[in-house]
Design a protein around this ligand. Structure first.
Ligand code: ADP
Ligand code: MG
Length: 248
């Protein structure tokens, strides 16, 4: 197993991914340093989700290297389960288990994957539910919660695995507008606490305020990247300028 050199960091180099003859990623280089927050922005279909899916090997790259938390994800010998345990993922659709309570949603992987005792898993889950502002919601079921509350449960569930890196794929895109803010504020707090985060988002105000760096993708390549203020405030590339004109 590869040693952990940069806890939580991501390093992607020359990443290519095709579906049949459709080359979706055409040589992506992207890094997230430990403790850094990087927002990945770009039009629909540009390959953002595919990048995230290559980071925790939900997809297999055709070419290039992906290093996550010191694990070489593209090494055929890599312990994928060990690597994935370091990575928390939050999707647009929250994917909570509907038949499990909020607390059970946050404990099931802890007991099954990490082998934690029930009481310990419950304590960790309660701590993380408090962290996302859902203390007192432990016995509720997903269908008794708003979208924003469900997404905060999904974040607490991911945090309960003690990840070194959190991946977010448009975590607020499926939410009613009035609940977007509560999810973004949880993410802001997480960033402020030093979590390493790679976030695909269309929330430009969030990206500008919270991201250390912003990466703009279009057509399977990184078109422009830099400090959030620079890429969103004064982009240099015409494609970035066009995109921002449409979303801002
Ligand atoms: P984004 O997240 O930026 O909207 P995606 O990474 O989801 O973009 O998709 C990039 C391209 O890859 C799209 O053209 C999409 O149709 C294609 N694609 C994504 N996943 C698959 C798949 N499993 N099979 C075939 N094509 C896919
Ligand atoms: Mg996507």
């Amino acid at each position: 197993m590869t040693e952990t050199i940069h806890a939580g960091g991501v390093s992607i180099s020359g990443l290519h991914k095709s579906y049949g003859s459709n080359e979706v990623l055409k040589g992506i280089d992207l890094t997230v340093a430990p403790g850094e927050v990087v927002c990945l922005i770009g039009p629909s279909g540009s390959g953002k989700s595919t990048v995230l899916r290559c980071v925790n090997l939900l997809e297999t790259p055709n070419q290039g290297t992906v290093t996550v938390s010191g694990f070489d994800a593209t090494d055929p010998e890599v312990d994928l389960n060990a690597m994935r345990r370091h990575v928390g993922m939050v999707f647009q659709q929250f994917n909570l288990f509907p038949h499990l309570s909020v607390l059970e949603n946050c404990t099931v992987a802890q007991t099954k994957v990490l082998g934690r005792a029930k009481a310990e898993a419950a304590a960790v889950a309660r701590e993380n539910l408090t962290r996302v502002g859902l203390e007192g919601f432990e016995e509720r079921y997903p269908d008794q919660l708003s979208g924003g509350q469900q997404q905060r449960v999904a974040i607490a569930r991911a945090l309960s695995m003690n990840p070194q890196l959190m991946l977010f794929d448009e975590p607020t895109s499926a939410l009613d507008p009035e609940t977007v803010g509560e999810v973004l504020s949880v993410m802001r707090r997480l960033a402020a606490a030093g979590m390493t985060m790679l976030v695909v988002t269309h929330e430009m105000a969030f990206a500008r305020d919270v991201a250390d760096r912003v990466v703009f993708m279009d057509g399977g390549v990184v078109v422009e990247e830099g400090p959030a203020e620079q890429v969103i405030g004064s982009p240099t590339q015409p494609r970035t300028q066009d995109f921002l004109r449409r979303v801002l």
